[in-house]
Design a protein around this ligand. Structure first.
Ligand code: ZN
Length: 263
């Protein structure tokens, strides 16, 4: 379990977000926005940042305005993506500022001051950083992404495009669904087995296999050569007062925002 001091809440008006404190994260602007402090009504209450879940567009617009203000960012300083649970990771720069890239689940940048921004409800937000270059990455990782090799794809981009080996990188895994709440079908296990092999943290409860998704990602990042992996001590499905959870709320919910800015 991560000590509480490694994971702290920050208040900005009615907005509450969390961030990691251990090095190098204290020196890299980032945040995991809770669902608190927005204007959306149930089931999207209240800081829903997704336009594709059925929420009112004007509510999402106001939420986004508040979220960006809390993050200290202007829209043109951010790059986002339309997520598809795939393994495509894009390298972005200032030319992409203000854009939403279609069909990618990971963004990487070496552009100083540019921020990456994605939306979540149970899938893992994974931050990557090389504080020396500096360069940062933000990934949206569910079981499909793990099975399709999104972690491999992201590390390959750092190596081939930025010249940084996995051993130089730091990773941090934000709030996602935990093993306590993530019952999965056996075909999901079979899909994960080729890449994650025997490292799958599975346990059987109430007649169903449960997967500890954050631990699977942590082990896999280690195996791929990333020495430093920090994990948030939070299960989204256990804490729907703070986080949107697709599983716990039967698919009728919003998406919380995560950003990371290259220092
Ligand atoms: Zn849980």
């Amino acid at each position: 379990m991560t000590p509480p001091t490694m994971w702290e809440a920050v208040r900005s008006g009615e907005i509450v977000f969390y961030r990691f404190r251990p090095p190098p994260w204290a020196a890299i602007p980032h945040g995991f926005l809770t669902r608190r402090g927005g204007v959306s009504l149930p089931p999207f209450a209240s800081l829903n940042l997704s336009r594709s879940v059925g929420d009112r567009p004007e509510a999402v617009e106001e939420n986004m305005r508040r979220a960006l203000a809390a993050a200290g960012l202007r829209p043109e300083e951010t790059v986002t993506a339309w997520l598809v649970h795939g393994n495509t990771v894009a390298v972005v720069g200032w030319d992409d500022g203000g854009r939403a890239l279609p069909g990618v689940d990971g963004l990487v940048t070496a552009a100083r001051g540019l921020a990456l921004w994605l939306r979540f409800a149970d899938c893992l937000p994974i931050l990557l950083a090389d504080p020396d270059l500096p360069a940062v990455g933000l990934l949206h990782v569910g079981w499909r992404g793990l099975a399709a090799g999104i972690l491999e794809a992201a590390l390959a981009i750092f190596e081939s495009r930025l010249g940084r080996a996995p051993s130089r990188l730091h990773a941090a895994i934000g709030p996602g669904i935990g093993g306590c709440c993530y019952a999965i079908r056996s075909d999901v296990i079979e899909a994960l087995r080729p890449r994650l092999g025997k490292d799958l943290p599975l346990h059987r409860r109430d007649g169903a296999w449960h997967l500890d998704l954050p631990e699977a990602a942590r082990r896999h990042l280690h195996r791929l050569g990333v020495p430093s992996v920090t994990v948030a001590p939070v299960c989204t499905a256990c804490h729907v007062e703070d986080w949107f959870s697709h599983r716990a709320e039967n698919g009728r919910t919003g998406r919380f925002g995560v950003w990371i800015r290259n220092p």
